[in-house]
Design a protein around this ligand. Sequence first.
Ligand SMILES: [Zn+2]
Length: 53
Amino acid sequence: MAAKKPFLKVQCTVCKTVNYFTKKSKLMADTKLEISKFCSTCHKHTVHKEGRK
Ligand SMILES: [Zn+2]
């Protein structure tokens, strides 16, 4: 069995587009990911949240 790599989707909360991927790091493990990043669909900075599943 291959080890599961906990990749996270980083999803724009406005248009729901997944713009970034990140690995779940130890630093972020206890932090709810909510970051402002540039969304190429919205053409502006929007709040991005982790989208698991
Ligand atoms: Zn967007």
